[in-house]
Structure formats: C-alpha cells, structure tokens
Design a protein around this ligand. Structure first.
Ligand SMILES: [Zn+2]
Ligand SMILES: [Zn+2]
Length: 347
C-alpha cells in the first residue's frame, strides 16, 4: 500500500468515525409524556449538539427548532423522530426560537416535506441578510475587525476561512407568521406563550407553558452558562439580554428545555449565574481601561483570559464590543478614532 493510499484511507476512516460519532450523539428521547427531545449533532468544536423539541398536538406534532443544515442532517432528524415513533410528516407547525443556523437552518426542507407552517420572530434580518448576501455580511464583519484594531493580513486570512465555511442554512424562507407576544402555540400539553427575549439574537423568543411551568429557553438560558450576543444589529445587545433575563425570571419556570444540553431545573439559579457572568465581563472590560485607552483587540485577551487566535477572534472581539457598547450606553466609556481603529477610554 502506498503512503498516499494509506493517507487516503486514513482520511476516509476519519470521516467515517466523525459521521458515526455524530450519529451516536444524535438521539430522540421522551422528556415527559407528549414532549420529546431530539438531540441533533453539530460540527462545531465544543458544541457537539443542539436540541429540537417535538410536542404532541392532535394527530401530529409541533416541532420547535430544526438543527443545522449539513450533509445527512434531514435524514438524521428523521432517524431521531423514528426512535420515538414520530415522522417528519407529523409536523403540523414548525416554530423557531431564533434564526441561528442550528435552530433554523433546516426550516426549508422540513416545511417542504411536512407541508407545515413556519413561525418565527420578525427581527430575523441578521440571519436572512447574512444568508442572502454572505459577501456583504463578511464585509460588515471585516469592518468590525478593522475598527477593533485587527491587521489587514489577519483580516484577509479570516475572510478566506469564513468564505470556505458552510452556512448551515438549506435555503432562506420567510416565516408564514410572526412569533410575537399575543401568539399562542396550541399543543396537547396546553398553550405555549411567546416571550420576546432579544440579546443572544435579535430574533430570539422563549416559549412558556404556564400550567406545567415549562420553558423552551432556546439559547437565551442554557444549562451550561455561555454568553453570546449578535453584534451590530441593535444598539445594546447586552442590555437587551439582561432585560430578557428579567422577563423569563418572572415566569418562575420549573423546567427549562434549552437549545443545547440537557433539560434543567433551578431555572432561577441559572438566570442568576448569567447575570453574574455578565457583570464580571463588564467589570473586566472597564478595569482593562483604567491605565490607558485601548482598542477592542487589546482589551479582549485580558477579559477572556486567553490569547486571540484567528479561530476565536471573530467571536471574542464581537462580544467585547457588545460589552463596550453597553458601557457606552451607561455613559461609562467612550471611543474616539485612532486611524481606522476605535480607541476606547473610561468616561
Ligand atoms: Zn443561537
Ligand atoms: Zn444554538
């Protein structure tokens, strides 16, 4: 066997291992009678899967969230539905908690196959514009990098890498109905009420079943505390996130069904842990400006306790900028131009 053939077989074995590992991660399971968790594999390091939820509704189901579109992903969803004796054709209504690819990416093929309606919050511009014009979206992110103080070389490498990544979205479709307050989703477990919870994403909603105190929390409140905000689509994502935490805290949910990870109780404790981590991050950003003004690029490594690399920089810089915008809204920091970059200082 030649070295080359061996390497080819090695790569093929890796793919087989990865696909079978993804299948292992995928599983459909009953949470309570009439409600199932579909644990769908993701190709992202550190985030091995996301959840979709099936809820009995008459002779069919309501499906909340879709998983990401990737090779074999619709078949994977069908296999998991089959494990709990459900079928894609049972979906009467598809509701998405928000328009990130892991929650909305398969909306088009599911709607095509099931002939169901799609309901989602109307502030989905962040996703639809990105999916319809990836070059424009990339240009916006490059500009953010430039304002943060990133070099042109590093921005070029980031652009090449981003262009090579799949979008995770099968096809852009508009929702058939806006998932906004006042809309209720009828199921056999009772009605689910819509709560707008922007912050993680402008299009984010949570669904609450009042009698059973069940919260479908999407990525707003997760079992493992992990913060992410879409940057650049609203003036103050961190402020929105904090006020959305108050919104769901008041519901007094007993069990949270989140977009990633296992269902969890102590919803209030998780919400509080999120508040605490936001406060820590804000304090760290402000503290880093005590001695001298800095760019977001200079602030981020100290706040996150890790060096920026071309793999984490896009994420960490946009998060740092969200904290800076929040502090700016509170009048605690301001920024001024420093060449093409923005230099941030305590007010
Ligand atoms: Zn998300
Ligand atoms: Zn997610």
């Amino acid at each position: 066997m030649s070295v080359r053939a061996g390497a080819g077989l090695g790569a093929a074995a890796n793919i087989v291992r990865r696909v079978s590992r993804q299948r292992e991660l995928g599983r459909g399971e009953r949470v309570i009678p009439g409600l199932w968790r579909l644990r769908l594999p993701l190709p992202w390091p550190g985030v091995p899967h996301c959840n979709a939820w099936a809820i009995a509704s008459g002779s069919g189901i309501v499906l909340v969230d879709t998983g990401m579109h990737q090779p074999d992903s619709l078949a994977q969803l069908e296999r998991e539905l089959d494990q709990v004796n459900l079928r894609l054709e049972h979906v009467r209504l598809l509701a998405c908690t928000h328009a990130h690819s892991d929650h909305w990416g398969q909306a088009a093929p599911i709607r095509d196959r099931a002939g169901c309606k799609l309901w989602m919050h109307p502030n989905h511009e962040h996703a639809i514009r990105t999916a319809e014009d990836p070059e424009l979206a990339l240009a916006r992110r490059i500009e953010v990098g430039r304002q943060s103080g990133v070099s042109e070389d590093a921005l070029g490498r980031y652009a090449d890498r981003t262009r090579a990544l799949p979008s995770g979205i099968a096809r852009v479709i508009e929702p058939d109905r806006s998932l906004v307050p006042g809309v209720e989703i009828e199921t056999d477990l009772g009605p689910w009420t819509v709560y707008e919870t922007p912050g993680h994403s402008p299009s984010h909603v949570c669904l609450f079943q009042r009698e059973r105190r069940l919260l479908i929390s999407g990525d707003h409140v997760l079992g493992r505390i992990s913060l992410f905000y879409d940057y650049g689509w609203s003036p103050d994502p961190v402020g929105e996130f904090l006020s959305s935490l108050n919104t769901v805290d008041e519901l007094d949910a007993r069990l949270a069904l989140s977009g990633h990870g296992r269902p969890f109780v102590d919803v209030h404790g998780h919400i509080d842990a999120n508040r605490k981590l936001v406060a820590e991050r804000l304090a760290a950003v402000a503290a880093s400006l005590e001695r001298e003004p800095k760019t977001a690029l200079q602030i981020s490594p100290g706040v996150y306790g890790e060096p920026l690399t071309e793999y984490n920089a896009g994420w960490l810089l946009s998060q740092t900028l969200c904290y800076l915008r929040h502090l700016e809204q509170q009048g605690r920091v301001h920024h001024e131009p420093d060449g093409v970059a923005e230099l941030w200082a305590l007010a």
